[in-house]
Design a protein around this ligand. Structure first.
Ligand code: E4P
Length: 221
């Protein structure tokens, strides 16, 4: 399972990319709204692409099909490699269908059920993002929905790639990988949490202490 970072913050993306653990970035309007308002969105997007160079999802904010397609064209004029993120609404599906006809990659976002996922795939979505954390927030089972989607994908041989999104903690990464998600897009904080283990820290501390002790002993012989 590939990992993307779900962020529009340059420092976070740069660090995650330096570690070599991510192959892409997903942004959304709320993530972009947290960043420097003096920087135009196209500049932030271009900087992110310079850093990671892989998948980069950029979301439209229109809610009508023509508006979404116009926005997609505008995004592609700044970044031809962008994947266009489209909300899972009927007008969005029509936009996905048209973009797919033009062979433009799309990521259908705000997907909360297997029927929505299936509709997005049938419309021609390249990626379908299942929102785990937001399902859990309303008392539903995010991972359970993801498992159902992966089972359908398996049985039906559907090609759209499934992104486990709205990831809130490292166990979401584990369960998404177990369920067979193709990608998990993970906030920077959760990505860093997922690298830590107290036994790694304690083990390293002991190794360094013992190495220093041995150096000391060698010097005093
Ligand atoms: C996915 O592409 C979205 O940007 C993201 O995962 C939303 O997650 P949230 O529920 O943490 O806002």
């Amino acid at each position: 399972m590939q990992l993307f970072v779900d962020s529009a913050n340059i420092a976070e993306i740069r660090h995650a990319a330096e570690l070599g653990i991510i192959t892409g970035v997903t942004t959304n309007p709320s993530l972009l709204a947290k960043e420097d308002p003096t920087q135009p969105v196209e500049k932030i997007i271009a900087t992110i692409y310079d850093i990671v160079g892989g998948h980069l999802s950029v979301e439209v904010v229109s809610t009508d099909t023509d508006g979404m397609i116009r926005e997609a064209e505008e995004i592609l004029s700044w970044l031809p490699e962008a994947t266009i993120k489209i909300p899972m609404i009927p007008t969005g599906l029509a936009a996905v269908r048209e973009l797919s006809r033009r062979e433009i990659p799309t990521n259908v976002t705000l997907v909360f059920s297997p029927t929505q996922a299936l509709a997005a795939a049938n419309a021609g979505a390249t990626y379908v993002s299942i929102f785990l954390g937001r399902l859990d927030d309303v008392g539903h089972d995010g991972i359970g929905v993801l498992r159902q989607v992966m089972e359908i994908w398996d049985v039906q041989g559907i090609e759209s790639e499934i992104i486990a999104a709205s990831v809130r903690h490292p166990m979401h990464i584990v369960e998404a990988a177990r369920a067979g998600a193709h990608i998990a897009t993970v906030p920077y904080k959760v990505l860093m949490q997922s690298l830590k283990h107290p036994l790694t820290d304690a083990g390293l501390e002991a190794f360094l202490r013992d190495a220093a002790k041995r150096r000391q002993q060698t010097l005093s012989v």
